[in-house]
Design a protein around this ligand. Sequence first.
Ligand code: FE2
Length: 156
Amino acid sequence: MARVRTFDIPAAVEKLNRILEMELATVVYYTHYSFMVFGHARIPIQSWFADGATEALGHAQEAGTMITRLEARPSLNIASLPQTHHDTIDQIMTETLAREEAGVELYRDLLKSIEGESVVLEEYARQKIAEESMHVANIRMMLRKSPPKEAKQAAE
Ligand SMILES: [Fe+2]
């Protein structure tokens, strides 16, 4: 006998749609940022953003697929794209960090709502939380001006 699904499917779809819309906005932001990088680090950071845009599109496609798997219709919207002013790589990275942290929260939100109820969604959400959290950690390191103290002492 098939196990009756006990989680709130419309609520999970709602959360997946927020994720889809956020990832699509990330595609736009990362593409934009890739144009806005100037200075010595332009080449690697530009391609880091371009790769990030491709990755976010993959994440959007995964979220959309999860929605159709639940027999619902994926949103055709995109999260809001407020115009921001950034002149330096630091400003761009600071904005990116805030956006990525907010993005991880959407996956955490999804996990909370289906934990123990759907192995597929749980695995999906956990994997994305891990992936996106590593991304956040990388951005934090990119924003650092020097290595952490212990590592610095160890290197001396
Ligand atoms: Fe993502």
